[in-house]
Write a protein that binds this ligand. Structure first.
Ligand code: SAM
Length: 219
């Protein structure tokens, strides 16, 4: 057995502190990408992302935090934006890289923990979180907001598309507007500019699930 596979067998989280979602599931995120596509892995970019991008609201270097198999990041890169997609699931990243190569799209994907973005040593003008924030429990959000803050340019924009509490039964965490405002507030260097009702498409919702689309500025 190689050193790397021995390490992964001993620690499926590869030395990373597992997230609350992983602790609850008892499995690393990577397991979601083995077998049938995960519920969120719809094989196309989210309509909200396409709409916002076509309105020209992505600019500069773009970070997609928790990019999964990359459809949103690939869409943005196909528009000519410089995009880095990061995720902790190596299998998802491998699929994303295969798509990029098959489609001839110039893009970067990297295995990076969204709680530890600062070591990237890079800054981004626009950051996308599509379906990541709502996987974090309340006690994880301050660390996540700080990590995002460490790589977002002053006056840069963070877009969060997350399940909303309009459907309180939707998981992992149906998010209230207040929870977004608590996680991203002037005391930690963020200003929520807008939170609008939207839809988050999944493999199981014909017209998408109720979502919030939040526009948040780095101050
Ligand atoms: C619900 S999926 C959404 C994936 C993708 N954004 C999409 O819309 O298809 C959440 C993604 O976040 C990734 N993820 C979870 N915790 C993470 C972390 N701490 N750092 C980076 N990625 C993480 C998971 O592996 C998964 O791919």
């Amino acid at each position: 057995m190689s050193e790397r596979s021995r390490t992964l067998a001993d620690d499926p989280f590869g030395g990373r502190h597992p997230t609350s979602h992983e602790r609850l599931a008892g499995l690393p995120w990577d397991a979601s990408y083995h077998g049938n596509p995960a519920p969120w892995d719809i094989g196309r970019p989210q309509s909200a992302v396409v709409r916002i991008a076509s309105a020209g609201r992505f600019s500069g270097a773009v970070l997609d935090a928790g990019c999964g198999t990359g459809e949103n990041a690939l869409h943005l890169a196909s528009l000519g934006l410089s995009v880095l997609g990061v995720d902790v699931a190596e299998t998802a990243l491998a699929i994303a890289r295969e798509k990029a190569s098959a489609r001839g799209i110039n893009i970067e994907f990297a295995a990076v923990d969204a709680f530890k973005l600062e070591p990237l040593g890079r800054m981004f003008q626009t950051v996308l979180d599509c379906g990541l924030f709502h996987t974090f429990a309340a006690d994880e959000r301050p660390r996540y907001a700080a990590s995002l803050g460490s790589v977002t340019e002053h006056n840069g924009t963070l877009y969060v598309l997350c399940f909303s509490d309009i459907d309180p039964d939707i998981g992992p965490h149906p998010i209230t507007q207040e929870e977004l405002r608590v996680a991203f507030n002037p005391s930690n260097g963020w200003n929520v500019a807008a939170i609008k009702p939207d839809r988050l498409q999944t493999r199981f919702h014909e017209n998408g699930a109720p979502a919030w689309f939040a526009t948040i500025r780095r101050i």
